[in-house]
Write a protein that binds this ligand. Sequence first.
Ligand SMILES: Nc1nc2c(ncn2[C@@H]2O[C@H](COP(=O)(O)OP(=O)(O)OP(=O)(O)O)[C@@H](O)[C@H]2O)c(=O)[nH]1
Length: 313
Amino acid sequence: MSDKSEADTIKDIHWLMDILQNIDVGLVVLDRNYEVQLWNAFMEGHSGVSPQLAKGKNLFSLFPDLDEAWFKQKAEPVFQLKTRTFTIWEQRPYLFHFRNSRPITGRSKFMYQNTSIIPLESVTRQADHLCVIIYDVTDTAVGKLDISRANQTLSEIQVRDTLTGLMNKSAWLTVLESYYASQKQGCLLLLDMDHFRDLNHALSHQQCDEILRRIGAGLKTLGDEQHAARFGGEIFSVILAEKEAEEAMQIAEKLRRSVFSLGKNSQHTISASIGVAERLADTPSASEWLSNADKALYHAKESGRNRTSLFKR
Ligand SMILES: Nc1nc2c(ncn2[C@@H]2O[C@H](COP(=O)(O)OP(=O)(O)OP(=O)(O)O)[C@@H](O)[C@H]2O)c(=O)[nH]1
């Protein structure tokens, strides 16, 4: 009877060892000196290190790239307090740098891993070994990262103009409303390219795109606090925060000259007209303020283009 149960036990252990070897997670048993006591087939398959080679070796000399300080800071409390610890890929993408072997998540070069470290107690109830369990979570991680990248791109598209990287019109109008509500002084600037239709014909559409891109880059140098946007097509808008009319006109003139200089080595004239409107004590709304800037722009166009006009009642 007792013989049979011993045979059964041996059979059970044999099965367990089979499961440990073939299970689709990495299993590593380490002793107090971080020497490998068990290394299963998953670990062999992904690292190329056989159990025979791993057994008895110090983990950090087997894998010099492994972050020893970080790992020990996680593992020491497991030995001392006999509590398990879990690290997810979002905290640390992997413990062992294994190549990603999954065909559908081939976009990731390495295997994302969740890692558990659990204490293994001896008969004297001391945690003198621990077991590291490695879960391959590459599919989940890549899927989640793709979604969050797509969301980020979407929210960028919602507020950014793709050609210049400036704010788009709807984002800028929201900023304008809140700037107006803050009661702060400032000036609005509208910059509209002159005869851009003709320029598109004379040059190429791509060259004209490049002109718009360079104007966008110039507006970015004003700094984020000046809230520049591509208002649409070949029109740009800027809130010159806390600037009085005189200073705003100087900035506008500088911009106009820099647009004009884009054509200095070309046989074509490149120029812009600019309208500026100061926020006056009685400007009744953000849209009225914008309409004043538009009137000034119209005046600049009517007066011959390539000039800057300040709104006057
Ligand atoms: N290359 C390029 N052209 C654009 C873009 N957006 C608008 N345009 C062109 O800008 C031109 C604007 O034409 P209009 O509104 O008639 O104005 P304009 O020719 O600049 O004339 P004025 O404003 O009266 O000086 C159109 O031909 C548009 O196709 C763009 O993103 N890239």
